[in-house]
Design a protein around this ligand. Structure first.
Ligand code: COI
Length: 361
């Protein structure tokens, strides 16, 4: 056919020594890595070149590589799932690739071709397909990232980059699994402001969150709830996930406005909730409104959404000494329904009426 696209040409070098597989019943999150990785170089004037899959190994960089000094780096996170009949599939990878280019644009990293990026993701997952776990609650986490590699200490966009994809078989992100987590409302530090990089999947956002994360752990919480950086009043998101509240008969989540991450799971949860007829809104939500709703008995459920976290119910939400115990510290019906349907679509046990699944093999 005249217009048929030529797939990305990827050179494949297979490892001669395969690693031992971990115990898939004790994976945790992001501690094990597969046998191979994908690499793609960018050089100004030449574009992306030398796409290849090689044995998983260290990357050697000049100590002056700009990523080490000015943090010009981006990453994504998506998952591959194994179905009961042994097929391997991705969940909405095009959304991650679309967000990847939005992050790239903000950080002056060159754009990637969406189709070729999907070719790369599928190819590396296929090469390491024996690493996609099939135990309940497990998947293969896919971590594409791009780093600035030009050796130069001037502050400017790098002229060279490496795009890498690594793979990690994972279980639940939180030790709590699907059980409710405890969240602490951060009142000292802020994550992002409009006009900054809060909407981007940039490592710097996560570096800036570590101090609060540490504080939350010390106080006995799993994550922090970020408030907006200007008024310190409106809810933005939770450490590694977007957040939803069920107030009376409304399911609401903070509107995207530049300071929070446009999560793929957030978007999917909104679409599913709307398709089931729930009253759903994306809007400003103040922490005072949440406390008021709690006092009136109207705050029915709180849950986070994220690729890593999936659907994570919040059992305790604390602002200073004021503790809100949500739904008796148990998973609520809406969180459970979302979890069951979303993971059902991902693992192929619920029909994918939305057209979200992309087969790998
Ligand atoms: C994801 O949910 O994929 C994320 O990127 C969150 C994370 C930083 C683990």
């Amino acid at each position: 056919m005249a217009n048929e696209r030529k797939p990305l040409e990827i050179k494949i070098e297979r490892t001669s020594v395969k690693k031992e597989k971990p115990d898939y019943s004790k994976l945790g999150f992001g501690r094990f890595f597969t046998d191979h990785m994908f690499l793609w170089n960018y050089t100004e004037g030449k574009g992306w070149h030398d796409a290849r899959i090689v044995p998983y190994e260290n990357i050697s960089l000049d100590p002056a590589a700009m990523v080490f000094h000015y943090g010009q780096e981006m990453f994504e996170g998506l998952k591959a799932y194994k179905t009961a009949d042994g097929k391997i599939q991705l969940f909405r990878p095009q959304k991650n690739i679309e967000r990847m280019n939005k992050t790239n644009e903000r950080l002056c990293i060159p754009q990637v071709d969406p189709d070729e990026t999907l070719d790369a993701i599928k190819a590396v997952v296929e090469v390491d397909s024996d690493w996609v776990p099939s135990e309940v609650g497990t998947s293969l986490y896919i971590r594409p990232f791009i780093i600035a590699t030009e050796p130069h200490l001037g502050v400017s966009p790098s002229k060279t980059y490496i795009f890498c994809i690594i793979l990690s078989p994972v279980g639940a992100y939180y030790a709590e699994g699907i059980n409710p987590v405890k969240i602490y409302v951060e009142d000292e530090y802020v994550r992002a402001v409009k006009g900054g990089i809060g909407f981007a999947k940039a490592g710097g956002n996560y570096a800036a969150s570590l101090r609060s994360q540490k504080k939350a752990y010390e106080l006995g919480y799993s994550q922090v709830l970020w408030l907006d950086g200007v008024h310190r009043k409106y809810v933005d998101e939770v450490g590694t996930m977007n957040v939803f509240f069920v107030i009376g008969d409304e399911v609401c989540t903070p509107a995207l406005g530049g300071s929070l991450l446009p999560g793929v799971t957030r978007d999917s949860a909104l679409a599913l909730l709307k398709s089931w007829g729930y009253k759903v809104s994306e809007r400003l939500i103040s922490i005072d409104e949440i406390k008021e709703a709690y006092k009136n008995g109207e705050l029915k459920e709180v849950f986070g959404t994220g690729t890593a976290a999936v659907i994570s119910p919040v059992g305790v939400l604390a602002e200073g000494d004021y503790k809100m115990i949500i739904n008796n510290n148990e998973i609520g019906p809406i969180s459970q329904k979302l979890y069951d349907n979303l993971t059902g679509i991902q693992w192929g046990t619920v029909e994918d009426t939305m057209g979200w699944i992309v087969p790998v093999m």
